[in-house]
Design a protein around this ligand. Structure first.
Ligand SMILES: Nc1ncnc2c1ncn2[C@@H]1O[C@H](COP(=O)(O)OP(=O)(O)OP(=O)(O)O)[C@@H](O)[C@H]1O
Ligand SMILES: Nc1ncnc2c1ncn2[C@@H]1O[C@H](COP(=O)(O)OP(=O)(O)OP(=O)(O)O)[C@@H](O)[C@H]1O
Ligand SMILES: [Mg+2]
Ligand SMILES: [Mg+2]
Lengths: 252, 252
């Protein structure tokens, strides 16, 4: 079982959109058994699959804390399994931090289900909070979506510095790659092209060849509670996430 | 002195861009003395003013904790004063939470400087963390930027529920309004128009008449470390933030 975290402390760069569509591509095209974990109390990923988050339902925090069996938390939808989030996840963070095994809580919890899935994809919140650390420590690879804009680019250096430090306590946690989102080299936005080129030079191979173009169908699909391959299979969004997933599979 | 927080736990909706340009408009057009506080450890707002965040400089956390005098933290730039952020702010959050006065830390700290400014604008991180609570409790009004997209719209209900609960311990904290960002009603994106209409119906007067159109000059200005009025005074971004600031001033 391979565990992948989609992570970036900058907000709104496409973490949830990438988690959703990479997982869908792994299932639809590579026939992989996939578990998605929504570690963000905003529950965006949960909503993208049409699962209503609510205070009285169990969430991924219950599985991580071990107070509820996996089967009573997981939801199967459109061929993938989802450990949903809810606003209550926020208040569970303190109990995770005070557990004896922190920050290895999720890594240990995932041991219990390692024979059931080929891939686990973890959508992270836009912070360097304990939930993001728990996700980074539990994964083999982390991928960083980068919006081709100044603020997202500026924050990348500190973020990669932080994740690299983390390897001292979790040597298995490896940067899978950084990829551009909402980027369209053909629209002559000089700033975006300059930022992407600068990142490519700095990161070399760690900067993925595939980029995700701006495509309204991606958010339209989410409003309908489904993935891009189901909603608009011929769109730029579908083509780009298909080739990004292929590039991820080739790197493994 | 009026204190305004720009908040939304959804990431990437324009909190930093709005904080920067509302503050700049208050100074340039309404001749107000403005203090900006960057409560996000990503330090986006700090970078928007060309201030390099670094580990060895004092940040707004030092002022809130009271270990450094205000004058030794504040930076004056382009007519406004900024209490900058740095990656260290993240680690100061725990000391703020354990202070006797939590979560009134900032409210109390601002008492010391209340004769020096007309407005304080606080840029918040994309979470419901303690830093966001500290900001909400210290402000008179909070304004919520809303991207005209499904995930941002979906999260609004829970967010406003949370901020409304907070009024039980801070009755002065009032919703100033919600405003649409990166919205362009003329581009026939049916989903965006539907979401904006739905929000307008739900919120009535609380949904601001001014919306901010998508405008690349806003991020280009940030890459140059300045505000939109200095970089592109005739752009849509400048026109929209001017009228939004006017609408905010009329509401006070
Ligand atoms: N390539 C794209 N083209 C068009 N819209 C996109 C694209 N990627 C993401 N979006 C939209 O942009 C918004 C932000 O994306 P998303 O929510 O996935 O980012 P995030 O990094 O998960 O945000 P947060 O920091 O709040 O968790 C969403 O409304 C999403 O539908
Ligand atoms: N109206 C707009 N038109 C075009 N670009 C915009 C607009 N508003 C914001 N942006 C850009 O979108 C990105 C996200 O905006 P911003 O960083 O201000 O959001 P935020 O809510 O502060 O994000 P975070 O959740 O990470 O704090 C930035 O690169 C910014 O330059
Ligand atoms: Mg997300
Ligand atoms: Mg911001």
């Amino acid at each position: 079982m391979k565990v992948i975290s989609i992570v970036n402390n900058k907000g709104g760069v496409g973490k949830t959109t990438s988690s959703q569509n990479i997982a869908a591509a792994l299932y639809r095209f590579a026939k992989q058994k996939v578990l998605l974990i929504d570690l963000d109390s905003q529950a965006s990923l949960t909503k993208c699959f049409g699962i209503m988050d609510s205070f009285n339902k169990k969430n991924c925090g219950n599985f991580i804390l071990g107070d509820t069996p996996f089967q009573d938390v997981v939801v199967s939808v459109a061929g993938v399994d989802v450990l949903p989030s809810s606003p209550l996840l926020n208040s569970m963070e303190d109990s995770m931090k005070s557990a004896a095994v922190f920050p290895f809580n999720l890594k240990i919890a995932l041991e219990k289900i390692k024979d059931q899935y080929d891939y686990v994809i973890i959508d992270c919140p836009p912070t360097l909070s304990s939930l993001t650390r728990i996700a980074l420590i539990s994964c083999n690879y982390y991928y960083v979506p980068l919006q081709a804009e100044y603020l997202s680019y500026e924050g990348l250096r500190n973020f990669l510095f932080y994740t690299n430090e983390l390897r001292q306590i979790s040597p298995n946690t490896t940067l899978g790659g950084v990829f551009a989102t909402r980027y369209n080299p053909n629209i002559k936005k000089k700033l975006s092209n300059d930022l992407v080129e600068a990142t490519r030079k700095q990161l070399g191979d760690m900067f993925m060849k595939t980029y995700i173009r701006d495509n309204i169908s991606l958010s339209e699909a989410q409003a309908r509670g489904t993935d891009i391959f189901d909603y608009a299979p011929d769109s730029n969004g579908a083509v780009d996430y298909y080739s990004l997933t292929k590039e991820i599979l080739n790197k493994q």
